[in-house]
Design a protein around this ligand. Structure first.
Ligand SMILES: Nc1ncnc2c1ncn2[C@@H]1O[C@H](COP(=O)(O)OP(=O)(O)OP(=O)(O)O)[C@@H](O)[C@H]1O
Length: 912
């Protein structure tokens, strides 16, 4: 990382560090340090001292522990030792990365004047310093600090309290490394799912929200949450702050935002401004994401279905890993974004599928496109680095190569006979960036480019005559030095005489110790001035060497200055057309996703799903995308299975399938594969099936697998019940629900009863498409009474006392679980198996199934209360008033809001 350096290479300050201090007096430097530190609470301060960033006091203790570096002492403050540690500037990037990953935020403080200038102000003056940047997890731009395959979002969360109950939230999220800027609004109930979808690396909230009891647990799920003062979230100044950021008089032309969205958006840009200290990274205008435009998937479901990470936390083994064949980082990021937010809009899904179809059908176009994309650089991140002054010559080359790739893409796409809409849009985007710019960059940049601009050497010879002249002068002078060495060797008769260079002495003449005296005595001492005697060598300078050195330095400085000017010029040109470049970059990502999904479809034999607005759900020969690939690697086949949850003829709502079957038969796999197929269809991907017809699913719920949430003080069973409660309370007719063995975490009869009641509720009240796997075979009896419930089972064969898994899902119900056979396979001692068999025989004699059948007949089934009926007696006026007063938060209200609330309360009083 090239941290912003107002002075190219600050020299170490002469009056070093907070010096030994015997009294309680504070040194000027410590005074400066403490002042800067106090202005940045909650951040570790990287305080620049020459070639190091130094940390003091508690910062030093935290950093030394987090980085595993030595903690030392430097001087005293108020009589006590000052703990100190330091990291070399050269390696700061690495250390920053580790601190950010460990959840810290860092303020980078640089010397903002030359130490010589400080000295000129007086011997005791301290070099001026200032914080040039705050490094926080959500505001990174450096390649090395970022994961190339994932977006890095900063999210601002604004809350509006409502006395009518039900808070609303405004969300704004920004990836400054790609300039994306999105906003949306959601209810309290939708917040967790929305946060899980956005998956921010850092969230900012008000202090009040940060310490809110209700929201605390949800916020703590996020990797980093930064509390900020209320003014950052001030709704009254939001519009003005946004206008200032985008340099417009009104936001109307850029985006139509609700007040709450604008509040969050303004908080986000204010924070970006603060962290970049004066730099103004360009952002796209905030794009509004309509609520309901994407499938809602709560965090538990995302985790359980292992969409982007497995339950163990690895990318490998997740759905994303199984379907990601992209060849660029931007493509990989877009695919992850799509997977996080499947669409609910039939036309939008069809447009994406059309693009995938085009490349699935044309393998030559697909492969050509992928090979062009492979060479295309990550333009949006290069652009972002250039915009905040952290770009290097290779970022300019990235822009140049991007435009060249855009031409190649265009040429190849125009060969397509009938490009679908998404591809014609990409072609239009590819035409936007200026070709002259690419030509100019090509002429300006050298073949081999250094990583950073600081030392020059990146401008091509012949591009700027003045630069060539300065470089020639510098190089010619270097030749003169070489010829001088030969001449001095002759003049002195010392054959081994060398002219060398180092940073302390500059150019010097060096001879071995045995010749030292000769050069120090007359007549040679008139020319050679002694500078240094080392163990084996003696070093001299000459006035001639001093002159030539000054010439070299001058020419070198001039060449470097010219190069840096050229860099700034080219950088400004790129930023002038940043919108066009970003559009083309997005085009690359779109193409990468479309071609990679096409490749996946062809390689893995996926089909195009039929997605419509019905409540249908019919999958023929469906497979699990991840398990199938895993089995394939071992040369084993995956057994495909059908699933049909579509409303039966004469029915309006979808079906509930109750799946029974032995352990290890494949029930969980079947449940998950159907959810994943629906999800893939709605991101616009082909699916692992021979045919799939899916009516849009607006919410996906799952309760599969069991895990303790000890951090939140919840047992396995409690987690299971919390997740089940969320489903029963929220699932609607358009939802897809998959439930795996609910009730198994408690005593048999409690579990069976809960599962029983949950099925009735899902069938009668939620009326959603549901897959329900269970070992309670008694539940199959319910199908006699529930018209939209269907029993299915996974087939096994018993052979010589052992069980053989066939993994085939068929209509019907399992008669037993074969648990003991599976336990035998797992290696339980034979004595235990024999004993278990005899206990089972006894228990079976009591026949729980009989009881269940009786229950179905005896219990009035439709005791399932409808939602309306379940509500208790209407609350009294006094209750309503009390509730309304409870919901008020005077500290978070403007005077105007407080007055409105007072009127609203008065209006609730009974009329006399
Ligand atoms: N359709 C299939 N084709 C081939 N192998 C399968 C199939 N379904 C499942 N399997 C294999 O069987 C294993 C067990 O599957 P799964 O975990 O779905 O069983 P289960 O019925 O849910 O078991 P339990 O009731 O013990 O939780 C899987 O890991 C997978 O390797």
């Amino acid at each position: 990382m090239t941290l912003q350096q107002p002075i190219p290479a600050p020299a170490p300050e002469p009056a070093a560090a907070p010096q030994a201090e015997t009294s309680t007096r504070v040194t000027p430097m410590m005074e400066q340090y403490l002042e800067i530190k106090a202005a940045h609470p909650g951040l570790l301060l990287f305080y620049r001292m020459g070639d190091f960033y130094e940390l003091f006091f508690e910062d030093a203790e935290i950093a030394s522990k987090a980085l595993g570096i030595v903690l030392t002492k430097r001087g005293k403050h108020q009589g006590a030792d000052i703990p100190m540690c330091g990291v070399p500037v050269e390696r700061a990037e690495d250390y920053l990365h580790r601190l950010i990953t460990a959840g810290h935020r860092v303020a980078v403080c640089e010397q903002t004047e030359d130490p010589a200038a400080a000295k000129a102000r007086g011997n005791k003056s301290v070099v001026r310093r200032g914080v040039v940047r705050l490094v926080t997890p959500g505001t990174l731009t450096e390649d090395t600090l970022l994961d190339a395959r994932a977006n890095n979002y900063l999210l601002a969360i604004a809350r509006a309290r409502s006395s009518a109950g039900g808070d609303r939230f405004g969300l704004a999220w920004i990836d400054i490394s790609t300039a994306e800027f999105m906003v949306t609004e959601c209810s309290g109930g939708e917040l967790a799912a929305t946060l899980a979808r956005i998956n921010p690396n850092e969230a900012i909230v008000t202090d009040a929200l940060y310490s809110d009891n209700e929201l605390g647990p949800t916020l703590r799920e996020l990797p980093a949450v930064t509390p900020l003062t209320r003014d950052v979230f001030d709704g009254a100044t939001a519009e003005k702050r946004l206008c200032d950021y985008f340099a417009v008089a009104t936001m109307d032309g850029l985006a139509q935002l609700t007040r709450l969205e604008a509040t969050a958006a303004a908080a986000a840009v204010t924070y970006v401004d603060r962290t970049q200290v004066g730099k103004h990274p360009p952002l796209s205008p905030p794009a509004r994401e309509a609520s309901g435009a994407t499938m809602a998937i709560d965090p538990a479901t995302r985790a359980n279905l292992e969409l982007t990470r497995t339950l163990a936390g690895d990318r490998r083994g997740s759905l994303l890993d199984a379907i990601d064949c992209t060849v660029t980082s931007a493509g990989s990021r877009l695919l992850a974004q799509r997977l996080a937010a499947p669409l609910t809009d039939v036309a939008g899904i069809a447009r994406r599928l059309d693009a995938v179809s085009a490349f699935a059908a044309d393998s030559a176009a697909r492969e050509d496109m992928r090979s062009i994309l492979r060479g295309a650089p990550d333009m949006s991140r290069a652009l972002a680095r250039l915009s905040v002054g952290r770009g290097g010559p290779r970022d300019l080359a990235g822009i140049r190569d991007g435009i060249v790739a855009a031409d190649q893409v265009l040429a190849r796409l125009s060969e397509l006979a009938q490009p679908p809409q998404e591809i014609t849009a990409v072609m239009a985007a590819m035409q936007r960036p200026s070709r002259e710019l690419a030509a100019e960059f090509a002429a300006a940049l050298a073949e081999q480019l250094p990583l950073i601009k600081r030392d020059g050497g990146f401008v091509r010879e012949g591009y700027e005559p003045a630069l060539d002249e300065a470089r020639n002068l510098r190089d010619a002078s270097r030749l003169v030095v070489a010829s001088m060495q030969a001449r001095y060797a002759d003049d002195t008769g010392v054959k081994g005489l060398k002219i060398r260079h180092n940073n302390v002495l500059g150019y010097f003449v060096e001879v071995t110790a045995q010749h030292g005296d000769k050069l120090m005595s007359a007549p040679l001492n008139a020319t050679f001035i002694h500078r240094q005697t080392l163990a084996g060598q003696v070093r001299f300078t000459t006035s001639e060497l001093g002159e030539i050195e000054a010439k070299i330095a001058n020419a070198g400085d001039r060449a470097l200055g010219l190069e840096l000017e050229i860099f700034e010029r080219l950088c400004a040109k790129a930023l002038d057309i940043s919108e066009d470049l970003r559009a083309a970059a997005h085009g690359f990502a779109l193409l990468d996703v479309a071609t990679s999904l096409a490749k996946l479809a062809v390689d893995e034999n996926y089909v195009r799903p039929e997605v419509d607005s019905s409540l249908g759900f019919a999958i023929e020969a469906g497979r699990h995308p991840v398990v199938e690939q895993a089995l394939k690697r071992n040369g084993e086949p995956f057994i495909a299975n059908a699933c049909d949850l579509s409303p039966a003829p004469g029915q309006k709502s979808g079906q509930l399938w109750l799946l029974t079957g032995p352990n290890m038969a494949g029930k969980s796999t079947f449940l998950r594969q159907n959810a994943l197929i629906a999800l893939l269809a709605q991101i616009g991907s082909f699916v692992p099936a021979s045919r799939a017809r899916i009516g849009i699913i607006d919410r996906l719920f799952s309760r599969v697998g069991a895990a303790d949430d000890l951090a939140r003080g919840r047992s396995t069973f409690m987690v299971e019940m919390v997740e089940t409660a969320a489903i029963l309370n929220q699932a609607g007719e358009r939802s897809l629900v998959i439930l795996d063995e609910i009730g198994r975490g408690t005593a048999t009869f409690d579990g069976l009863s809960i599962a029983w009641a949950a099925i009735e509720h899902l069938h009668e009240s939620n009326r959603c498409r549901t897959l329900f796997a269970t070992h309670y075979h008694e539940l199959t009896a319910l199908s006699a009474k529930l018209p939209r419930m269907f029993n299915a089972t996974v087939r096994v064969k018993e052979w010589q006392g052992n069980v053989v898994f066939l993994h085939e899902v068929l209509p019907g119900s399992a008669d037993r679980s074969y648990g003991i056979q599976v336990a035998k396979l797992a290696g339980l001692p034979p004595a235990v198996i024999t004993r278990a068999k005899s206990v089972l025989a006894k228990l079976e004699a009591q026949d729980r199934g009989q009881t269940a059948r009786a229950l179905v007949d005896d219990l009035p089934l439709f005791a399932v209360p409808s939602r309306a009926a379940a509500e208790v007696a209407p609350p009294s006026e006094a209750d309503l008033l009390m509730e309304a007063v409870k919901a008020l938060h005077p500290d978070e209200m403007t005077p105007r809001e407080a007055l409105d609330a007072l009127y609203a309360l008065k209006a609730k009083l009974p009329k006399q």
